[in-house]
Design a protein around this ligand. Structure first.
Ligand SMILES: Cc1ncc(COP(=O)(O)O)c(C=O)c1O
Length: 463
């Protein structure tokens, strides 16, 4: 048996992020403004600082990671690559299963890889306060953590259902000095409007994003900006440190490129962070199956159209070309709160359109089955979002057994579930149910796309 904990020294940490936009065989469609014309970087400046906007629109392949950001990331990076030998033995699979353990960051997920970077760039730009939304609370706590370390104020709008299901996340944000309220809230026009129409709504990421953007752009001092935990190009860029480290770690133990790369996808950031350096290998000819996984309750990549849509419910963001269930989509209250977003990162979507990725959807119960198998073999308790990836990992490991193939499976262990035990409790006491979005609901929610510009399907036809 080879090593099961593969570390990297601080001195071997990647010093540049990888930008897939430089290598996509067909370029992405540009974000559009309300007039249907491509947005200029200036138009984004009330929302984001210019240094991050430059990253958002960059087509440079490699972007330097500032030393001061690395100095913060050293608290937990490079993160360990681990081999799941106990799960392999349990499944009697010939596959070798490796996972990048992003649960070791102080907030417990991959999210601080970008929250630290975003807080740092905002501070450089003279910003004093950040606003954001959070689903499961992982992103909100990651931004609270980063803002505290960099001396910025932080305001978080947390989707109502998660605010109620995950009170500990809110408390973590408080420990790091952030102010967290349930969304929809009565603090913004966007929130008040939704509350009038649907007082009992569980909320959605789309609504919380509208509230956070509104608070940022209405600050008359000009010192507040908005920060997004996923979806956008610069967020995915900051996460590529995960895949770049994983490559070095696999090489260090003489392992070849993985056959299969897996990550769960809510807005797409942890999946992209691990997989994009391997997508580059695939573009250059490697034979790798790359699988983003989503819940059947929110089937953006597997069932929704590729279309231009707003990133938020109040239609304040530019139109992004992505797979989308429609910006008014209110997802069923599944426990994987971080996977309940109506859209998906445009970079991930263009890679899907190209045929470079093979998205898959899993039911909530199969994901919890997988997470409990994982906890009873490997010992770790996974976040409900990560459990979706685990369901695919177990399927792929069983497939390798059926085919008698010694496959290398690599996946992103995006976070721990120690704050999400109510979901496990509901599962163990038989109270969890599966949700499959009915076709009529999907058609109803995607109707809003009819009046928006159409997104052209551009692909090279190589995959
Ligand atoms: C642990 C964990 N994994 C995955 C996700 C999904 O987000 P993304 O697709 O941006 O990685 C979240 C979002 O909150 C999360 O908390």
């Amino acid at each position: 048996m080879g090593p099961i904990k593969i570390s990297l020294n601080e001195s071997d940490i990647p010093r540049q992020w990888y930008n897939l936009a430089a290598d996509l065989p067909t370029p992405m469609l540009p974000p559009l403004g309300p007039d249907g014309k491509p947005v200029s970087p200036d138009m984004l400046s009330p929302v984001f600082p210019m240094n991050l906007i430059e990253q958002e629109v960059s087509s440079e392949r490699w972007i330097d990671i500032p030393e001061e950001i690395l100095n913060i990331l050293y608290r937990w990076r490079p993160s360990p690559l681990r081999r799941a030998v106990y799960l392999e033995q349990y499944l009697e699979t010939p596959a070798r299963i490796y996972f990048k353990d992003e649960s070791v960051s102080p907030p417990g997920s991959h999210k601080p890889n970008t929250s630290v970077a975003q807080a740092w760039y905002n501070k450089q730009f003279g910003i004093k306060r950040l606003t954001t939304e959070t689903g499961a609370g992982q992103w909100g706590s990651a931004l609270a953590f980063a803002c505290k370390l960099l001396g910025l104020e932080c305001k978080v709008f947390m989707v109502r259902i998660s605010f109620d299901q995950k009170p500990f996340r809110k408390m973590m944000m408080g420990v790091w000095g952030a102010n967290c309220v349930a969304s929809p809230s009565s603090e913004t026009n966007a929130g008040r409007k939704v509350l009038e129409e649907m007082p009992d709504t569980p909320g959605s990421l789309g609504i919380a994003i509208s509230e956070a953007i509104e608070q940022a752009v209405t600050d008359t001092t000009g010192k507040t900006r908005y920060s997004l935990g996923s979806v956008l190009n610069h967020v995915l860029l900051h996460q590529t440190i995960i895949g770049l480290e994983a490559k070095k770690q696999l090489e260090s133990i003489g392992e070849k490129l993985p056959d299969t790369v897996i990550g769960c996808a809510g807005g797409g950031s942890n999946f992209a962070g691990l997989s994009f350096p391997f997508v580059a290998d695939k573009i250059n000819g490697a034979d790798i199956t790359i699988i983003p996984v989503e819940p059947t309750a929110c089937p953006t990549m597997t069932r929704a159209p590729f279309a231009y849509d707003f990133g938020d419910t109040a239609c304040t963001t530019p139109l992004l070309a992505m797979h989308t269930l429609g910006h008014a989509f209110i997802p069923p209250p599944i426990h994987a709160g971080g996977l309940r977003y109506h859209g998906m990162a445009p970079l991930v979507c263009q890679a899907i359109v190209e045929g470079l990725l093979e998205p898959r959807a899993y039911h909530q119960l199969q994901s919890y089955d997988a997470a409990v198998t994982w906890a009873r073999t490997e010992g770790f308790i996974a976040a409900p979002e990560t459990s979706q990836a685990l369901a695919a990992v177990i399927d792929e490991a069983k497939k390798a057994k059926d085919e008698g193939k010694e496959k290398v499976i690599l996946f992103n262990y995006s976070g721990h579930g120690l704050m999400d035990l109510l979901g496990y409790d509901a599962y163990l006491s038989g109270k969890l149910t599966d949700y499959e979005l009915p076709q009529e609901e999907l058609q109803k929610y995607t109707k809003v796309l009819d009046n928006l510009p159409k997104a052209e399907i551009r692909k090279s036809g190589r995959w």
